[in-house]
Write a protein that binds this ligand. Structure first.
Ligand SMILES: Cc1cc2nc3c(=O)[nH]c(=O)nc-3n(C[C@H](O)[C@H](O)[C@H](O)COP(=O)(O)OP(=O)(O)OC[C@H]3O[C@@H](n4cnc5c(N)ncnc54)[C@H](O)[C@@H]3O)c2cc1C
Ligand code: FES
Length: 350
């Protein structure tokens, strides 16, 4: 079954920084399996019928199993609809939440000893807190290095939780704070996490041999990190999560000729056929026929709208979410896809 929204209750609200809160949600016993997640995944919150926002989970799967709690960290964006409202939420208030999704994660194995690394900035630390806590707790032989960029120490989200984690795993968690608007004792740690500084940090902390990297933050930071990692031969060992594309997706490619396209979609084992205009986004057309289709950002970053092309073809205007292996297997982001064939079949269950 495709995931559906469930009403959860806000159990606690903690002010993390002047502009960020941690919202802890109570997950009742019957829903714990539905909300079971892998570290690094995110949930989607519904604002109204059409508006949804995704938030990475910062707590661990063990917190959910043992205490029925799931925590997200929300940083206020100027003029932002949900991130502003989140600052005023109080315990006891309901929130409509879609169960966890996402591929910004890895398989953990207690028998394995690996080096994990993360390059994050701002609220990008949220999924990495869960990843680091879970990896270090599950794999006694593994280490985790977090390069964490912020403007100032006061703006570091989850600073206490990170420090607690460091106390729990002193020899295996390496925490490196880089501040752009506050001088630190080392010049290397004072400034923006651009490609040059990231390259210098990889060298200074001897990180070229890290087995798996997790990048999460603004597009500029993620791009610089990718560049620096590619230069040390680590490009194939990188997971990326973007929260916001910052650049609007380009308009759909000009479509040759007019007319309609015949589309068939499979969702929850049920097939629906409809005709859509060429040049329209597949998700928008499909939602008119199957309103329960999964989506969140409609901006090509969250991958909630992912489906597999069974026959026909599409062109994506933007893709910030799918990894090369998913593209090779035929997955597309339907919110970004316009058909380039006369007939199209998509499987949302794949
Ligand atoms: C997979 C995923 C995980 C995410 N996890 C987190 C998380 O853990 N913590 C968190 O705080 N946010 C997270 N986000 C971002 C979050 O979903 C929202 O985009 C963000 O909170 C803004 O929502 P809003 O309703 O307040 O702003 P909106 O009303 O949607 O937008 C207001 C204005 O801000 C711009 N804007 C929107 N989002 C951002 C952004 N992230 N940065 C800069 N400008 C923006 C918009 O273009 C618009 O101009 C995640 C996003 C994705 C896709
Ligand atoms: S809805 Fe987020 S990528 Fe399509």
């Amino acid at each position: 079954m495709s995931p559906t929204f469930h009403e959860l209750t806000v159990a606690a609200v903690e002010q993390l920084t002047p502009s960020a809160v941690a919202l802890t949600l109570a997950v009742p016993e019957p829903l714990r399996e539905v909300f079971a997640f892998r570290p690094g995944q995110h949930v989607t919150v519904r604002l109204d019928e059409a508006e949804r926002r995704s938030y990475s989970i910062c707590s661990t799967p063990a917190d959910l199993r043992e205490h029925g709690l799931l925590t997200i960290g929300v940083k206020r964006v100027p003029g932002g609809a949900f991130s502003t409202r989140a600052q005023e939420l109080a315990p006891g208030e309901p929130l409509a939440v879609l169960p966890p999704l996402g591929r910004f994660t890895t398989e953990l194995d207690p028998a394995r000893a690996r080096r994990y690394g993360a390059i994050v900035a701002g609220s990008g630390v949220t999924p990495v807190l869960s990843l680091a806590a879970t990896a270090l707790g599950t794999e006694p032989g593994s280490t985790f290095t977090v390069l964490c960029g912020n403007r100032s120490a006061a703006e570091v989200m989850f600073a206490d939780a990170l420090a607690d984690l460091k106390d729990r795993f002193p020899g295996r968690l390496q925490l490196v704070h880089v501040l752009s608007r506050e001088m630190q004792p080392s010049e290397l740690l004072s400034g923006r996490l651009d490609a040059d500084r990231t390259t210098a940090l990889l060298k200074a902390f001897e990180l070229a041999a890290v087995d798996e990297w997790f990048l999460c933050g603004p597009l500029g930071v993620v791009r610089s990190a990718r560049e620096a990692l590619a230069a040390v031969g680590a490009a194939g060992r990188v997971h990326v999560e973007l929260f916001h594309a910052e650049e609007p997706p380009p308009l759909a490619a000009a479509v040759e000729g007019g007319g309609t396209v015949g589309v068939r979609i499979l969702l929850d084992g049920r097939s629906t056929e409809f005709a859509m205009e060429r040049g329209e986004r597949v998700l928008d057309a499909a939602l008119r026929h199957r309103g329960e289709l999964p989506y969140a950002c409609k901006g090509g970053v969250c991958s909630t709208c992912r489906a597999k092309v069974v026959s026909g073809s599409v062109e994506m205007a933007a893709n910030w979410a799918l990894e090369p292996d998913e593209l090779a297997a035929g997955y597309v982001l339907t919110c970004q896809s316009t058909p380039t064939s006369d007939d199209l079949a998509l499987d949302f269950d794949a």
